[in-house]
Write a protein that binds this ligand. Sequence first.
Ligand SMILES: C[S@@+](CC[C@H](N)C(=O)[O-])C[C@H]1O[C@@H](n2cnc3c(N)ncnc32)[C@H](O)[C@@H]1O
Length: 194
Amino acid sequence: MAQDSSLPDFWDTRYDSHVMPWDAGGVPARLAAHADALRPGSRILVPGCGTGYEACFLASRGFDVLAIDFSAPAVALAKSRAGPFAHCFVEADFFAFDAGAGFDVVYERAFLCALPRRMEDDYAVRMSRLIVPGGTLVGYWFFDDNLRGPPFGMTGERLEALLSPAFQRESDEPVEDSLPVFAGKERWQLWRRR
Ligand SMILES: C[S@@+](CC[C@H](N)C(=O)[O-])C[C@H]1O[C@@H](n2cnc3c(N)ncnc32)[C@H](O)[C@@H]1O
């Protein structure tokens, strides 16, 4: 299988062969609870959306959702099970797509940890440009000192260094319903754009 997770081919081969240990197959509990706190009509981006369970959930709650992934098989899988929300899914590169107006919310799960570590700074800068002042970057981050990935873990200090120039952290909680690949090593956090 392809080995460079910065390229679509890495992910295409895994989706095509249904090797997806990151795929929750449903909506994580903390996101489900958080949806109640979101302003109705919020514009939400789900980057690296994979098979799209969370994006469909958010769209079903009436939010204005754009879910992107640069893997064509991932987007095809997501659209095939999205029913009336298939239009929310677009094949696009997080670092290059035309976002139009900014997003009120970006939902993170297993996206930053999917990127090679050399791309972490670009992730933080791109997020700061995509999210409107007062908007939020919210979801799950993976913390580990593993050398090989994906998933590529990081320390809390490293995430703070990446995001704090443009964001203020408002929540940091343990996660109870992690998949085995993330168990004990992921946390729910909410970062507000300054
Ligand atoms: C580990 S998977 C997680 C998928 C999904 N977020 C989930 O929780 O099931 C990482 C996803 O990010 C996508 N991805 C990686 N780099 C990307 C990029 N630059 N632009 C868009 N999608 C990207 C991959 O194709 C893959 O679907």
